[in-house]
Design a protein around this ligand. Sequence first.
Ligand code: HPA
Length: 326
Amino acid sequence: MAEEVEDAVVIDYADIPNWGQSTVVGHAGKLVYGTLSGRKVLALQGRFHFYEGNPLEVVTFPVRVMKALGCEGVVVTNAAGGIGFGPGTLMAITDHINMTGQNPLIGENLDDFGPRFPDMSKAYTPEYRETAHKVADKLGIKLDDGVYIGVTGPTYETPAEIRAFKTLGADAVGMSTVPEVIIAAHSGLKVLGISCITNFAAGFQEELNHEEVVEVTERVKGDFKGLLKAILAELSLFLSFQLRTMREISLLYQPGGRRIWPARMFSFTQKASIRMLSGSWSPLFRSVMKSSIVEDLGSTGANTQKRPIQRPLTTNKSSRCRITVC
Ligand code: HPA
């Protein structure tokens, strides 16, 4: 998807401080900002998985950055094994079961983002899902509903685990999404989650392999992309994303004018806090802010002036977009 973003500003993950690095071959590792289906979007080309050894702070960090930048909603996609559903099915996630034994919110609560005990009753925004179904119907694309159960991986599940998950009420199983959605829900981001079922889960087919997952993903890609783009155009009814200016961010996250926000935002350990406190605003914000339609030019923030969107920083080509935020 990310290669279809227009007027793209592309930032390598390597250039963003405290951002994870993609380890999966074929995942570009770029943050792309631009326009898709008439909406301003931030797209992640390459996401971070817990099974790669990334701490959950790293896995979920992009979601917090996107929230801080002014995003209101997140579209999360994944490949998943079907517990009942077969390969090629597209499934709108109605809810999830966190089977990872982890929670990214463990530790100090970042009150600027959300409450200590967030409600997860509607983590997957019903209005978004409704819109997704309407769009899918219009396009003649079959979209099912189901519950996603998140595991850490990297092993696929045993047949006994899948039987247990079925009893628990899961319709699909995968190794991502749950941590990101918990962080999104914490900070009040609306969420649309869609799973692409790439295989029958363990026990429902003879054996599992990654090649099948890739092959089915490739096969479904056209429909999936078409659906997502059409949904994005419709979701615009609910969204008004414009990148926040630096001043807006600082006002929002620095009540009382204390310059503590970058530290709290960019780090979750004391060590990293100190590093950030001693630094200035990150290059990410400077780069992305340059592309903002309305840029706050005054150091005091008193005056705002209109500026055109900048040209791309680098050529925007390559692989899959795993999360789109709008
Ligand atoms: N299990 C877990 N994750 C997956 C699967 C699966 O069967 N298929 C694709 N991602």
